[in-house]
Design a binder for this molecule. Structure first.
Ligand SMILES: Nc1nc2c(c(=O)[nH]1)N[C@H]1C(S)=C(S)[C@@H](COP(=O)(O)O)O[C@H]1N2
Ligand SMILES: [Mo]
Length: 550
């Protein structure tokens, strides 16, 4: 190496400098991979970021003697050592990728993609991984490949336009020198060296700054999300002072493909306006009751958990749920009755609405009586199916009001309840054309058979769920090909607040058939067959499917 520096005149680009730049472009591409992956992990899950996933995979795969040795050597710093090792490995790989890509175009890209595939496997094999988890890594690698290619093209242009470096190169750099001279001989001769150099430096500068800003910003967000996740995982909720009665033995029908009576958290539908799920430190959280009250009150998370909590099942549904849609689910919630808190705050006469506010500014307008009635278990929920609320479902605290659509009642990440009047305030979706009040309409859905299914003639279970939360479903009927409505068998509902499973034994004969369902609630309201769109206060109509029987 020494001879290059000694013998070369102050040429624009010595082989040594070309190699240094190539190595740097490898590092830059790796930085772009990580920054872009970190950025998309913000929207998917902090744990889908490839760096941590690779670290975790290494921990899983490392032989136990190595783990023991690391712990023996570094004690509780073993994780930091591991991350440093992964970081060092990434750096070395990045340098190699850059050098190879310059000497043998496309080989660096291939190595980068290969490393990307390994990282994607690491992400996909994490225990909690969902289908979307590989996306940040894949998008990161795509961006990294683009940057590697585009910067290399500009480096080559610069090299080819620069005055030739001296031929004298030590054996070790022969390949790079060959590549450089090959580049020169095929170069477009009319490029001005200064312009190509400027071009190259500009793309390197802009990409570096972008990668650092995006990567660091996204890392900070992901780190705080990880902290909240860790706090949430470590949290043990108190037992309910008023546990829910056992789920009735007859609540679940034995029909393959029917919606389970309790929706697992991972499958529970999610709707909100949050681009990034808010990260709330439960210790910092508090809820204020403000507005038209005698006593404004504030309650912390610890104070809330110390109160006698109730456990109650309730079906949540979205006003945007189309007939037959899946924006409806049922969970077992743990929380404290809102009526008790309102009683402490003492609403003033004339108040008819509570405007609840999320930490991210979303608001919902709930009729105050829906929160005060003894007959309705409206709660400030802290638990969902035996766990603290998942972050995306409102950790640490949300509202759950049986019988009202989510947009007027189920505020997640709730931090304020302002007692007011419908005449004086409007909520987020009301300002966007939706109704100020949103009682849930009685609805029913066919889960099996699937729409357009091809089935064999014979006895067949047509089954699904029906719901009219806070009222209860008293009957479900099915009809085939616009024939007479036949009663379906109802399972035992957990309560009037939850959906109920139903099944209808159908003698399927060959041919194409239309199956429809309708439910009746405890007030005697039967679903109307006239279709009504979701805007402004919820869809109406019968769920209808077609099947081919052979
Ligand atoms: N903070 C906040 N809370 C919110 C919303 C929102 O956008 N932001 N959406 C509401 C709507 S429209 C519905 S249907 C329910 C959905 O709750 P889930 O995501 O837990 O199913 O949350 C409600 N609470
Ligand atoms: Mo909704």
């Amino acid at each position: 190496m020494t001879s290059t520096t000694k013998t070369a005149p102050p040429a624009e680009l010595s082989v040594k400098r070309i190699r240094a730049w190539s190595a740097l472009l490898g590092v830059l591409s790796a930085a772009v991979v990580l920054a872009v992956a970190e950025f998309f992990a913000v929207f998917i899950s902090p744990a889908s970021s490839p760096v941590l996933a690779v670290g975790s995979l290494v921990i899983d795969l490392a032989p136990s003697w190595l783990k023991d040795l690391t712990i023996a050597l570094f004690g509780t710093n073993d994780k930091i050592v591991l991350l440093l090792c992964v970081g060092l490995l990434v750096l070395v790989l990045a340098v190699v990728i850059g050098l190879i890509e310059y000497a043998r175009p496309s080989w660096g890209v291939i190595l980068l993609v290969f490393v990307g595939v390994v990282a994607t496997i690491a992400v996909t094999t994490r225990a909690q991984a969902s289908a979307s988890w590989p996306m940040p890594t894949v998008l990161g690698v795509v961006a990294g490949v683009l940057v590697l290619r585009l910067t290399m093209i500009r480096l080559r242009r610069w090299v080819s336009s620069a005055p030739a470096a001296p031929a004298a190169t030590p054996a070790g750099t022969a390949a790079a020198a060959r590549a450089a001279s090959a580049q020169r001989s095929s170069a477009t001769p009319n490029r001005v060296p200064a312009a190509s150099r400027r071009d190259f430096l500009r793309i390197v500068g802009v990409t570096s700054i972008g990668a650092v800003l995006v990567g660091a910003g996204a890392r900070v967000v992901n780190a705080s999300a990880s902290v909240v996740d860790a706090v949430r995982t470590a949290l043990t909720l108190p037992a309910a002072a008023f546990p829910a009665p056992a789920i009735p033995a007859g609540a679940s029908l034995d029909v393959a493909g029917i919606s389970p009576i309790i929706t697992p958290n991972a499958d529970f539908y999610r709707i909100d306006t949050a681009l990034v799920v808010p990260n709330i430190d439960a210790d910092e959280w508090s809820l204020k009751i403000t507005g038209m009250v005698e006593n404004e009150i504030e309650i912390t998370f610890a104070e809330l958990l110390a109160l006698p909590l109730v456990e109650t099942a309730a079906t949540l549904s979205c006003v945007s749920n189309v007939v037959g849609g899946d924006l409806v689910d049922n969970a077992m919630w743990l929380g404290y009755p809102i009526r008790e808190l309102l009683a402490r705050a003492k609403p003033l006469a004339g108040a008819d609405m509570v405007l609840s506010r999320s930490i991210d500014g979303f608001t919902a307008s709930t009729p105050i009586e829906a929160l005060q009635e003894e007959s309705r278990e409206s709660i400030l929920a802290v638990g969902m199916n035996g766990e603290p609320l998942p972050r995306e479902h409102g950790f640490p605290v949300r509202m759950v009001v049986p019988g009202l659509y989510g947009y007027v009642s189920a505020t997640k990440w709730v931090v304020e309840m302002q007692v007011t009047r419908f005449a004086d305030a409007t909520a987020y979706w009301t300002d966007r054309g939706w109704s100020a009040k949103g009682p849930v309409k009685v609805q029913s859905r066919i889960d099996v058979p699937a729409s357009n299914a091809s089935i064999e003639a014979g006895t067949l279970a047509v089954a699904g769920v029906a719901w009219a939360p806070n009222t209860g479903v008293t009957g479900v009927e099915v009809r085939v090909d616009s024939g007479t409505w036949e009663p379906a068998e109802l399972a035992t509902a957990i309560s009037v607040d939850t959906w109920v499973q139903w099944v209808y034994e159908w003698e399927a004969t060959s041919g194409n058939h239309i199956i429809e369902v309708r439910a009746t609630d405890a007030d005697g309201t039967t679903q109307s067959g006239d279709p009504v769109p979701v805007v402004p206060d919820g869809a109406e109509g019968w769920h209808r499917i077609g099947v081919q029987v052979s």
